[in-house]
Write a protein that binds this ligand. Structure first.
Ligand code: AMP
Ligand code: GLY
Length: 419
């Protein structure tokens, strides 16, 4: 079987690594891939958002499957384009991907179907949005409606910050057309956990829980990033909580999407806040998370090809999906300065030494291969994943791996999983 992976980060490296373990997989190509992916698969110089280019490539190369991992190509309808061209694609279609691509769509869905979330209001007029935050008071959350590289959400401690956020989104258009509408939300507090599931549009199979670490610095300080580390499972996610979330959030969401005429097939990611009043949905993603995937997939014992085939054929109910009882930790090593500006092209050493530790796998994100060595090529450079019997051992093992890797200006959090 020939598979084309779309994307080029740590999540996609973990997916390629997992798919290569399947006896059914012969060859993997990846658009655009990265330095590490290129050592085990064929990198294809096409952007993940090049819908026409990727579709044409998949047809020409007779791909058996295309796995669409990132949010942008899903929102742009890559899955629909591939299927229309006769290529099997994993990932929701454009209509279903709106659950991530439009916060207004997601909030309206939750309201209509009674799915627990923060109170909210939507505005296409900045003056009305400002009146709303003045009436509600601070703290308050201001969100751009559309996709904004994970940066369109501003948790505002003061009214002045909230008004500045509305101006940045709606008037300065910092996130372009994503800021045509703004969602004002009640500010919730509590620990966060990610609940993901596989779904064929009818059956929901929860995945192992996980927890991202979004802030750049230890102690959840500093700027929001794409994610500086992850653990799986989350020790906060008890079996009771998992049962509640499955019945009151995951299943109702998938049933709602089917009833709205846009059945969701693929992986649904639900970002939850565990408030005193119970779990509340903060966001939906129409895909796997990064870096959660790098912690979750090594715990998946079932062949991923069997799962994606069962989803496409709508027979997920018959597919037995098994997870290891171990714990996994992923520590992201980033370029100094990330998420701001940083240097590129710095040589990386010690990846093999890290991987020689038992249970340690290094997933590449922003790396390039110059024919002899790996160089840094992005903000998040590597994710060092360790598996162990307990979370504490997995944390220690992951940081042993991190200590063996070196590149100039490397930055990583030292408290992943410790809070
Ligand atoms: P999102 O991109 O929607 O996941 O939001 C990014 C982060 O903003 C979340 O992980 C939360 O930490 C925070 N956030 C989003 N919505 C709320 C809310 N209603 N109350 C408090 N924090 C929130
Ligand atoms: N780690 C959060 C995300 O992938 O959206």
């Amino acid at each position: 079987m020939k598979i084309l992976m779309v994307g080029g980060g740590g999540r996609e490296h973990a997916l390629v690594w997992k798919l290569l373990k399947s006896p059914k997989v012969g060859e993997i190509h990846c658009a655009p891939g990265n330095g590490g992916i290129g050592r085990v698969a064929r990198n294809v110089p096409l952007a993940a958002t090049d819908i026409e280019g990727i579709t044409a490539y998949a047809v020409r190369e007779r791909m058996d499957w295309v796995f669409v991992a990132p949010d942008d190509p899903l929102a742009l309808g890559l899955t629909d384009a591939l299927e229309a061209a006769g290529v099997r694609a994993f990932g929701p279609g454009r209509d279903a991907a709106r659950i991530e691509g439009s916060k207004v769509f997601a909030k309206e869905l939750m309201k209509k179907y009674g799915i627990p979330t923060a109170d909210w209001a939507v505005f296409d007029d900045p003056a009305a949005a400002r009146d709303c935050v003045r009436a509600w008071g601070a703290p308050v959350v201001v969100k751009a409606d559309g996709l904004a590289l994970g940066k369109g959400v501003m948790v505002c401690a003061t009214l002045r910050e909230a008004e500045a956020a509305i101006d940045a989104i709606m008037i300065e258009r910092r996130f372009g057309n994503a800021g045509q509408r703004v969602v004002i939300e009640e500010c919730l507090t509590g620990p966060e956990v990610s609940a993901l599931c596989f779904t064929d549009g009818k059956t929901v199979v929860p995945m192992v829980s996980s927890q991202d670490h979004k802030r750049a610095l230890d102690g959840d300080m500093g700027m929001n990033t794409g994610g500086m580390g992850a653990i799986a499972p989350s020790p906060r996610y008890s079996p009771e909580l998992a049962g509640y979330v499955e019945e009151h959030i995951l299943k109702p969401t998938i049933a709602a999407m089917a009833r709205e005429g846009c059945p969701f097939r693929g992986v649904l990611y639900v970002g939850l806040m565990l408030t005193e009043k119970g779990p509340r949905v903060l966001e939906y993603n129409a895909r796997l998370g990064d870096p959660e995937t790098q912690a979750m997939l090594p715990l998946l014992e079932t062949d991923l090809v069997d799962i994606i085939e069962a989803i496409r054929e709508e027979r997920l109910a018959d597919c037995k999906i098994e997870w290891s009882a171990k714990s996994a930790v992923t520590v992201v090593m980033a370029s100094g300065g990330y998420p701001g500006s940083y240097r590129r092209g710095l040589p990386i050493t010690g990846i093999e030494a890290a991987q020689s530790l038992p249970g340690v796998t290094v997933f590449h994100a922003g790396t390039a291969w110059d024919g002899e060595r790996f160089l840094t090529a992005g903000g998040r450079v590597l994710g060092v994943t360790a598996l162990a019997g307990t979370l504490a051992d997995a944390i220690d093992r992951a940081y042993e791996g991190v200590a063996r890797i070196d590149f100039a200006d490397a930055h990583y959090r030292t408290d992943i999983g410790r809070r």
